[in-house]
Design a protein around this ligand. Sequence first.
Ligand code: GRF
Length: 193
Amino acid sequence: MVKFTGRNKLKTAVFISGTGSNLKNLIKFSLLKKSPIKIELVISDKKRARGLIISKKYNIDSKVYKYKNKKNTEKKILENLNKKKINLICLAGFMKILSSNFVKKFNGKILNIHPSLLPKYKGLNTHERAIKNNEKFSGCTVHIVNSKLDSGKIILQKKVKIRKIDTPESLSKRILIQEHKLYPRAILKIFSS
Ligand code: GRF
């Protein structure tokens, strides 16, 4: 097994848009000895994303991009990532879709967590749709990002049972708990063998 020390940890950027519970969880994971990642940068498309409070608390550099023009914004983000020698991107609730040009530049080095058992329920409102369709299970997936939405190679998935009384909110809460376990496990699976 590869041993990761401060020096050879992967310089990682986490992209967020909201609460940042996965961000917080990834930061905690990154501080463990066994973790292959070091989070150097947090990027948000929302000034008021609560996740930015978390990055500040942990003294991690963060930057907000307004996304007025996607092409220009991605160019600026890429410049910043190159400047910081970032070699892994973890999307964690980031609501913008990255262009195929951007994805190609980080080929295979962008991960995402999605709250469904992909390939089912790509896109938004996953819990609502799974409940409406009377699914017995939903869950979460960590996958590599490619140029199609929520479609890249699946690294790990975790099933979560849908209860009769579930609302999108209650299901989302239970799935989030599993997301926090799955993302670090997926990162370990990719980089520590
Ligand atoms: C998570 O459910 C994640 O799967 C989805 O967006 C949500 C982000 O939650 N892509 P948080 O901001 O990490 O709390």
